[in-house]
Design a protein around this ligand. Structure first.
Ligand SMILES: Cc1cc2nc3c(=O)[nH]c(=O)nc-3n(C[C@H](O)[C@H](O)[C@H](O)COP(=O)(O)O)c2cc1C
Length: 248
């Protein structure tokens, strides 16, 4: 009986030690929860590694984030960018007056700008309207004259509104502007002409250019500006046209 009791006692001790050992393991485990979080922590370096390794992943993540940001920005900026990208200001200027006004217009609308550059530049003598034999006089007297243009507008298709600016020569647009009109298809586009002059109005110049455009071109009333016209004058004219473009 004494032996049996001793055996039972030993058995009970061994059993409870074993059980304690198990619990102790679990207890360690739970104590090692921080280590467990170290494991998460230790995954961070892995992630860092994977940041490093897959710059792809990182780059991709960044790219996605950037794309998202770009998309967000685009979503916000789209109307403005669209306005800027679908309007083109085209000008011909022999002595700089029209150029300045065209630049006001393009800048005010955030529009693209294109200069009609003659293949053969006009010299001072060419522009001498007091000389009936000067190049400008000869060209303006010849309805069929089409002075060549150097260069061209890239992707005219992308523009739906074209501001067309030129100086008045003998009451009309210089013939090189006719060359420009005949070089592109303005179907479905809106054209807003404006001119500069020493005093003459836009007169029949715009009407004659209009006759060179496709029948489905929307032709707006033109405006004449003088050398003293300001940016504000230009902005106010543009904003009065009723276009979905705002000049500032
Ligand atoms: C050949 C030639 C003819 C011109 N004919 C006229 C005209 O008929 N009426 C007018 O008011 N100004 C006339 N001008 C003056 C210009 O229209 C004016 O100076 C214009 O603003 C010049 O623009 P630009 O500097 O962009 O070339 C003429 C100028 C030249 C060179």
């Amino acid at each position: 009986m004494k032996k049996l009791l001793s055996f039972l006692c030993i058995f009970t001790m061994v059993f409870s030690l074993t059980a304690c050992g198990g619990q102790s393991g679990a207890g360690n485990g739970s104590e090692e929860e921080p280590p467990a979080s170290q494991t998460v922590h230790s995954q961070e370096p892995e992630q860092t590694e994977s940041h490093g390794q897959p710059f792809e992943e990182n780059s991709k993540g960044q790219a996605e984030q950037e794309n998202k940001e770009t998309a967000d920005t685009e979503a916000v900026d789209t109307p403005k960018e669209a306005e800027g990208s679908h309007v083109l200001v085209v000008y011909f200027s022999a002595t700089g007056t029209t150029k300045a006004l065209a630049e006001y217009a393009a800048d005010a609308m955030g529009a693209d700008i294109y200069e009609i550059v003659p293949d053969e530049p006009y010299t001072e003598a060419d522009l001498d309207y007091g000389d009936s034999k000067s190049r400008s006089s000869i060209e303006q007297n010849d309805e069929t004259a089409r002075p060549a243009i150097s260069g061209s507008v890239e992707n005219m298709e992308q523009y739906d509104t074209v501001f067309l600016a030129y100086p008045i020569w003998w009451g009309e647009a210089p013939r090189i502007v006719y060359t420009f009109m005949e070089s592109y298809d303005f179907s479905g586009k809106t054209i807003a002409p404006f001119c500069t002059s020493g005093g003459s109005g836009i007169g029949s110049s715009a009407k004659n250019l209009h006759s060179l455009a496709a029948s489905d071109t929307t032709w707006l009333d033109g405006e004449r500006f003088g050398s003293g016209s300001s940016r504000e004058d230009m902005v106010s004219w543009i904003n009065g046209l009723g276009l979905d473009v705002t000049a500032e």
